[in-house]
Ligand binder design. Sequence first.
Ligand code: SF4
Ligand code: SF4
Length: 464
Amino acid sequence: MPAPIRDSVTSINKDGSRNFIHPADVRGKFTTVRKFVAALLIAIYIALPWIKIGGNPAVFLDIAARRFHLFGITLSLTDIWYLFFAVTGLGILIFFTTALLGRIWCGWTCPQTVFLDFVFRRIERWLEGDRAARRRLDKTAWADPNKIIRRGAKIIIFFIISALIAHIFLSYFVSLPALYTMMSESPLQHWGSFVFVSVATLIFFFNFYWFREQLCIIICPYGRFQSVLIDDDSLVVGYDAKRGEPRGKPSQTDVGDCVDCHRCVQVCPTGIDIRQGLQIECVSCSACIDACNEIMDKLKRPRGLIRYDSMHALDGNKTRFFRPRIVIYGILMLIGAVVASIALSHYSPASLMVTRMPGDPYTILSGTVQNRFKVRLINKSNQNLTFSAELEGAPAGASIEGFSSLTLAPQEEQVIQMLVGQGKSTYTGSFPFKIVLKSSDGKVVVKDSASFSGPSPEYLQSLP
Ligand code: SF4
Ligand code: SF4
């Protein structure tokens, strides 16, 4: 395997062919904690569609019904503006944590790293052996029965797990009962979902079987942004060159602590040598820290030749926690959290949208001016709601005609026509107002603005 250099990616050979990276096994406290974090995250991924909050799955993005159930809150399309807080909040949170903790997301919580390192690579090690055995198997001809059995088993198991991940992913959009129904019926009856899950399975399989770390190195936009998101005070995985250099043999006394054993390079899943300095390929997985600590323990030297630290600290300076970007991101997060809390406190379990019906803006019937409105009402709660209607801000004499009450089942959406009229005797011209729908227990009140149109009062009075 070529020695890593900073000018090219280790996973691609000079001729453009793939250099398959087989990281060596590693043990240590960071690897142990990462294992628990990965197990927890995978458990959450599997469990979320099963856990019900308020009668709906904890996370259910019901695109067909245009409802988004998130931890007990149901959002309809009219609530889509809440996404502004989610998207901007997530963006600022990423900026903040990256400026503070570097690529902690990549190495510890990204689904790519979690599934690759703690599911697929573990199965690979179990089937094909350690790094040396896997590299030998790579070079073995496909006619070899041992390779056919081991690689064949790997392909089948990887494909099954990719399909499982894809099915769980689909359940976030269609719900588990609907997924079971789809799986028990012909694919032709649910061809859209079938194509989705098939394509997702193939993409996951391709990624975890072959593409792997190249997703982080070449494709992931977050990885590309690292150089502008972090600074010299961010927490990164770094090599203490002051302490490690010059490299030498364990028996030498006039050299640094690095014995040039290459363990840190062998365990690196992106194939880099962290001793060459911080590189964009480093996903901050901490494998090289554990590997080097193991060597230092054996040599009875202090741990931490490779460690989580800032570039400033590795250069022998003090890390600054409060920097302009940390303060600005922190203030923006605080403002966002306050505004989002205020917005969520106004969340209503029903939503109303009033629009004018197409056609004539008004009609005159027996001396009464009438306007027709389209009223779209959604019950986002999990109980029946019966609504009565009234006008707010309308002049005396204006009224809703031919409407008594409207009952909606849980999650039901209804579109009705509503007639607002005003008699000749009280009519003074066009006016703005609000249509208010109130539940029978008075707990749910939704309103939307509209405007009443009509002729000039003089014209109306002149009519017989
Ligand atoms: S594992 Fe530690 S001692 Fe070995 S080469 Fe890397 S930095 Fe040097
Ligand atoms: S250099 Fe270390 S922390 Fe970075 S990706 Fe390689 S093993 Fe992980």
